[in-house]
Design a protein around this ligand. Structure first.
Ligand SMILES: [Zn+2]
Ligand SMILES: [Zn+2]
Length: 239
């Protein structure tokens, strides 16, 4: 037993590719037994639903609506809802955790900071970054993603479940580099909850609880309701 937490999900308020709103998403996770979720919509440099030609504050207001709606619903039904976002740059995507929306209000043009400055600023503010699905093959993921100094690697992503090698390589890479690991669904629709995420040995109530528990490695990586089992590839067999 433990506390199941989603770390990677999108809402239709802010992500152009998502189909369900924050309220609906929160209910779906609650019904599937999660104790909490982190809303990680695509930021302005990714597949964003937010118009460009508006003042920064108004854009951040709109960007955080999915999170706010999920949080409102979470408070009614008893689901912890935390803020995060997914930052796209240099042909790679990065999950950002441990910060509050205030961070974005205070950092105008953060979408243009670039990977290095983004990672450093997040760390300075007490947050952590996780390199999202580093071995997924997709046309928008073309960057040299593995040389980037994130705190964690997204070792397990439910969107990769039909290509087990994408997760296996990510896990192997994180293991090899001694990186922290995260696991998440990359959910885009409330009807596709798969019980993927991180199982913590304690209840997570705030963003700083989350960061502390990840740093202490107080988690299990879950894929479709089961603890992720890394099976090294037998390269000798391939010869
Ligand atoms: Zn998306
Ligand atoms: Zn995503």
């Amino acid at each position: 037993m433990g506390y199941l937490f989603e770390t990677h999900l999108h809402t239709s308020e802010a992500s152009a590719c998502a189909v369900s709103g924050g309220h609906e998403v929160a209910r779906a996770y609650h019904e599937n037994g999660y104790s909490g979720i982190i809303v990680t919509d695509h930021f302005f440099n990714g597949n964003s639903a937010i118009p460009r030609n508006m003042p920064w504050k108004d854009r951040v207001d709109l960007f955080t609506m999915g999170y706010k709606n999920a949080k409102e619903e979470g408070q009614k039904i008893g689901l912890t809802v935390l803020f995060g976002f997914e930052y796209a740059a240099d042909g790679a995507e990065f999950l950002v955790y441990g910060l509050e929306p205030d961070f974005l209000y205070a950092n105008e043009d953060f979408d243009k900071a670039g990977v290095k400055r983004m990672i450093d600023s997040v760390r300075e503010a007490g947050g952590i970054t996780s390199l999202a699905h580093p071995f997924r093959e997709a046309s928008h993921l073309y960057g040299f993603r593995l040389f980037i100094d994130t705190d964690a690697i997204e070792a397990v992503n439910a969107g990769n479940r039909h290509n087990p090698d994408f997760n296996r390589r990510a896990y192997e890479f994180a293991l090899d580099r001694g990186k922290l690991m995260t696991a998440g669904s990359d959910l885009h629709s409330a009807d596709s909850v798969t019980c993927t995420g991180m199982m913590f040995d304690r209840e997570i109530k705030t963003s700083s609880d989350f960061v502390a528990a990840v740093k202490e490695k107080a988690y299990k990586l879950m894929l479709c309701g089961e603890e992720y089992e890394y099976v090294p590839k037998n390269y000798a067999e391939l010869k």
